[in-house]
Design a protein around this ligand. Structure first.
Ligand code: PRP
Ligand code: URA
Length: 212
């Protein structure tokens, strides 16, 4: 499927393709599901962070002084509760000094509109490199609301990392937030009449936390 959005990046790594298949399998239990979400998140974190800028610094080895590098900006991870929590540990594995904010949004399953219930992000988020984490980009309602909140907090540098995206959601983010790059592990066919991604992996929150 061709997506006409220059800020959409589909990861093509063979290990990601293999792992997404494990997530799709309805027999995969929450323990394995969480481990696989972590593994894919780690690969996405490496891909996203390769754009980060560094500045020079000094470092002393056991033998002599030399020059080294440090990240120019702090990184803040912002998972959308609940399912985004599953992606945090993989990202922290790659960017261990990142701060973590939280956004609580739950889709009303009748209207498919996101309902907000919690916001807590670090004070310096406006000067940070922000990564919004949510495994599912379905209608795009939740991630678009989360991005609006981050922009109201003054965030200027932000990307959105997800595991499975539907074309409908990508289109919404492209319209509402054309400046926000979307990094994704799988591009699926469409939404069903209940707003679930097909073929998808089901309800990511329930599969992560065993609340089916
Ligand atoms: C899921 C998912 C996204 C949202 C995607 O969360 O984690 O936040 O749905 O759907 P959308 O693109 O149509 O908004 P859900 O609302 O099921 O909450 P949960 O993580 O607490 O289960
Ligand atoms: N939220 C999910 O968890 N899964 C979907 O397929 C759509 C929204």
């Amino acid at each position: 499927m061709k997506i006409n959005h220059k800020n959409f990046f589909l990861n093509n790594h063979p290990l990601v393709k293999k792992d997404i298949t494990i997530l799709r399998n309805k027999e995969t239990n929450p323990e394995v599901f969480r481990a696989v979400v972590k593994r894919i998140s780690l690969i996405l974190a490496v891909e996203i962070s390769k754009e980060y800028q560094v500045s020079k610094t000094e470092v002393e080895t056991p033998l002599e002084k030399t020059s080294g590098y440090q990240l120019k900006q702090n990184v803040v991870l912002v998972p959308v509760l609940r399912a985004g929590l599953g992606m945090v540990s993989g990202f922290l594995e790659v960017i261990p000094d990142a701060k973590v904010g939280h956004i609580g949004l739950q889709r009303n399953e009748e209207t498919l509109e996101p309902v907000e219930y919690y916001y807590k992000t670090p004070k310096d988020i406006n000067h940070s490199q922000v990564i919004l984490l949510d495994p599912m980009l379905a209608t795009g309602g939740s991630s678009s609301e989360a991005l609006k909140y981050l922009k109201r907090r003054g965030v200027k540098k932000c990307v959105f990392a997800c595991l499975v995206a539907a074309p409908e959601g990508i289109k919404k983010i492209a319209i509402d937030h054309p400046d926000i790059p979307i990094y994704c592990a799988a591009l699926d066919r469409k939404l069903n009449e209940r707003g679930y991604i097909l073929p998808g992996l089901g309800d990511a929150g329930d599969r992560t936390f065993g609340t089916l």
